[in-house]
Design a protein. Structure first.
Lengths: 673, 145
């Protein structure tokens, strides 16, 4: 995986990297590896190889023992390497446990190189898969997984904590730092960066976020409490905030819960037969408007199959959809096809947008969230532009939120762009790409569909191609998702959020569903468009159809980068989250967009970063939790911020934004500072 | 002595008894672990003896449990490949193929072949290590031509 990380520079890293456990500042030397393999010969060889890499090695030949080591010494390991076939526990099970409880990168190994097994590793969240016999060269580079994960987590936390454009901007700096010293940094990047961010943005931090978040160890008991809370709330209603309240664990932050929820959802999705869904989804995006989707259908007359599929799904189906979405993400071809279909669907969107007003409260945020995922695919270029903006914001939001969604990455990129959603609505050009400005990166990951989409839509802002490189999508998606869920309160935000998140995750399906679900969202998009167009348009929900038109135009020219849109989206989500009144939302959305735009640069960068990371992460990521993510984002964005951003954007013209962001989903290193 | 050692190694490679992985092991050998390769090989033979026994017993059952056989063989193959036992690994692959197709006769025949290769390699490596110890300080691993 090409992180684009600069060569290790120990000197520079020493200052910023300080391991809480006293690991010498000679990364990657001293990397603490736990190896699990029942074969003593292999174990011995691995141990020696790792020692030769100057890593600190702990070996065990049983998975149970390994878990015990990990639990007893929560922060004592940086990475786990495990064999697939073990007598006492399946390697994949261990992988899941480690992922859920400790959130460490896990590498799987096996003499078995059949595609199925490797795929299983990927879907279970392994960050790499080695074929035995393992060579020294393969082990030399495992430190990259640690770096990547930390960086990802860091970004996630940053996003969670930053509630304003300023925050985003500030975060940009740390990101850059990370880039430059990534190789040298380890472990406590997050901490050091957070410290920096926190200093800057302390006053804007969410109350629930602590300045320095030590890694939370999800013990069995804690996890059990978590699961109880989730079940109590219902999987669709399980938002981090509520879970946190129910759990009532001192010192546990919403972010901790959010990220854990994400993983948990991934896990559940796997259980619910993801593969099938994926297959189904990939083959036919628009496909199966299943019965479960029913509820959403009432929302919009549009026969958005995809939407139905994605949006209508009851919360429970989210997982499936997500799975499907994920599966879709993996199928490039699939995406392109649906895009076309979606186009039609999206056209319906306009009418739906109208609904938004009335329906603003798409109560099923969760559903909406899903919808959004699918929506992005059909965005027109114009829409894409607007979407981009929104997507951008979303993208950035989701970026960190969604560290795990490997699948979502692809999906996300497409979906994340809530703003793009509107575009989608307008143009069903299969704006997967549109939706996810961040998804740009996705194309690479997901299957290049986003790229295709983006390309097709011709959305300037979409920047599909550039994004391909970035694996942002995942983040974007997440973002949208989270946003959607959070926005339940606000009329549009809900719609838009769900749309956005849905879009990202579910590629087409979601887009469709989003469209429906995210009625409320529509207004947001409108806002974006309006803003983009320098408020030329009359931003009204009812005017959705017309708005779209104008939006399209404006979108096309929307200089806003994906990041901008993402920002906007973020703004929206945040605004939404704050439960601002509906009417203002529109305006606010506009503002939010503006803010978002302002942030887009930041986001763009972040997106890029996340995108960069995503590719690698995609493998191991799991579908982001939509609800989870929404909650994360929305909290951070204030309407005011968005508004200001939007206003700023408007005044400043799109141009600046575009240039500013220069977001093209490139590796972090390439991000302009 | 060194020359003799090099020749022996060359011949083992030429005859296909060992592969690249063996070189990887030798590269791990250093002053701190001067007999690393020998240690690992010894470990291998000790552990795999257990697997061989499991396979023997499983092959005597009637009807054969191919799933179990395949599982044992998978483990055995992993071990063997990690020390570079090329010929043994080939037999393992063949065995697994017979398991996949449910060919009991094929399995049994291949297993006999496998045991032969396994034993032959063991002897050869024993001699090799003997010479290596006599040859003096460990020389840097060098790839056979």
């Amino acid at each position: 995986m090409d992180l684009g990380v600069k060569p290790v520079s120990f000197a520079s890293s020493s200052a910023s990297w300080k391991s809480a456990d006293g690991v010498p500042d000679q990364f990657p030397a001293g990397l603490r590896v736990l190896v699990v393999d029942d074969d003593p010969t292999c174990l011995r060889i691995l141990e020696k190889m790792l020692k030769n890499c100057l890593y600190e090695v702990t070996t065990c030949n049983r998975a149970e023992v390994a878990l015990k080591f990990l639990r007893d010494n929560r922060n004592g390991y940086d990475i786990v390497i495990s064999d697939v076939h073990m007598p006492d526990m399946d390697g994949f099970k261990l992988l899941e446990h480690v992922g859920l409880e400790m959130d460490l990168p896990v590498i799987m190994m096996s003499a078995d190189d059949s595609k199925n097994v490797v795929m299983k590793g990927v879907t279970h969240g392994a960050c790499d898969y080695l074929i035995k016999p393992v060579r020294m060269e393969a082990l030399k580079n495992i430190w990259q997984h640690v770096v990547r994960k930390k960086k990802h987590e860091w970004k996630e936390k940053d996003f969670e904590q930053s509630g304003s454009v300023d925050d985003v901007e500030r975060q940009q700096k740390p990101i850059e730092d990370v880039d430059y010293s990534s190789s040298a940094n380890e472990g406590t990047w997050k901490n050091s960066k957070k410290r920096k961010d926190e200093d800057d943005e302390a006053e804007e931090r969410d109350d629930s976020s602590t300045l320095k978040k030590p890694r939370v160890v999800w013990s069995v008991e804690l996890h059990q409490q978590f699961v109880t809370a989730v079940n109590q709330l219902g999987i669709d209603k399980a938002v981090p905030k509520k879970i946190l309240e129910l759990m009532n664990v001192p010192g546990l932050t919403r972010e901790n819960v959010a990220s854990h929820l994400q993983k948990y959802r991934l896990y559940l999705r796997r259980l619910s037969g993801v593969s099938q869904h994926q297959n189904g989804l990939s083959s036919s995006f628009m496909g199966p408007p299943d019965a479960p989707f029913g509820p959403m259908s009432s929302l919009s007359g549009v026969d958005l199959q995809a939407l139905a599929a994605s949006g209508q799904l009851p919360p429970q189906s989210l997982a499936t959809i997500q799975a499907a979405a994920l599966g879709r993400a993996t199928t490039k071809s699939a995406i392109t096809v649906p895009l076309v279909d979606q186009r039609n669907i999206f056209s319906f969107e306009n009418p739906k947008l109208r609904f938004v007003d009335g329906q603003q409260q798409q109560n099923n945020n969760s559903k909406q969230v899903n919808l959004l995922h699918g929506i992005p695919t059909n965005m027109d270029s114009k829409q894409l532009a607007s979407l981009h903006q929104s997507a951008q914001s979303f993208g950035s939001m989701s970026m960190h939120v969604h560290s795990q969604a490997s699948q979502s990455n692809s999906l996300l990129t497409q979906m994340v762009q809530p703003p793009s959603r509107t575009q989608i609505l307008n143009e069903i050009n299969g704006s997967h790409a549109l939706n996810l400005p961040s998804s740009v990166g996705q194309p690479v990951l997901s299957q290049g569909v986003p790229n295709a989409v983006l390309g097709r839509n011709g959305i300037e802002n979409v920047r599909g191609p550039p994004y391909t490189s970035v694996s942002q999508p995942s983040t974007v998606v997440d973002f949208s998702r989270s946003q959607s869920t959070e926005f339940l309160g606000t009329s549009f935000s809900l719609v838009s959020n769900s749309g956005i998140s849905n879009l990202t995750s579910k590629l087409q399906d979601e887009v469709n569903s989003e469209m429906k679900a995210s009625r409320g969202f529509a207004p947001n998009f409108d806002i974006f468009n309006d803003i983009n167009q320098n408020r030329t348009q009359d931003w009204r929900l009812q005017d959705v159809p017309s708005t779209f038109e104008t939006q399209q135009h404006s979108n096309v020219r929307g200089s806003l980068d994906v990041s901008s849109s993402v920002l906007i989206q973020q703004q929206f989500s945040s605004n939404q989250k704050s439960g601002q009144n509906r009417v203002p939302p529109v305006n606010k959305a506009a503002f939010s967009v503006a803010d978002g735009l302002g942030n887009s640069s930041n986001i763009g960068q972040q997106l890029s970063s996340s995108l960069v990371d995503n590719p690698s992460r995609i493998k191991a990521e799991r579908p982001p939790d939509m609800g989870y993510q929404n909650g994360l984002f929305s909290e951070h964005f204030g309407q005011e911020d968005l508004m200001t951003a939007i206003l700023k954007q408007q005044q400043g013209g799109m141009e600046p934004i575009e240039n500013e962001f220069g977001f093209d989903g490139y590796h972090l290193d390439n991000l302009p500072v | 002595m060194q020359r003799q050692l090099a020749n022996m190694k060359q011949s083992l490679f030429d005859q296909g008894y060992l592969d690249e992985q063996f070189i990887q092991l030798e590269e791990l050998q250093d002053d701190a672990n001067p007999n690393f390769v020998e240690e690992v090989v010894t470990l291998y033979y000790r552990d795999s003896a257990r697997l061989i026994q499991n396979l023997e017993q499983a092959l005597e059952k009637n009807p054969l449990d191919f799933g179990k056989l395949d599982s044992y063989m998978h483990q055995f193959k992993g071990s063997s490949s990690s020390i570079g036992a090329k010929r043994v690994k080939i037999e393992c692959t063949q065995f697994r193929e017979y398991c996949r197709t449910g060919n009991a006769e094929g399995c049994k025949k291949t297993f006999q072949q496998l045991k032969k290769e396994y034993a032959t390699l063991k002897k050869k490596l024993e001699v090799y290590f003997q010479v290596a110890r006599q040859a003096g300080p460990v020389e840097k691993a060098c790839r056979p031509k």
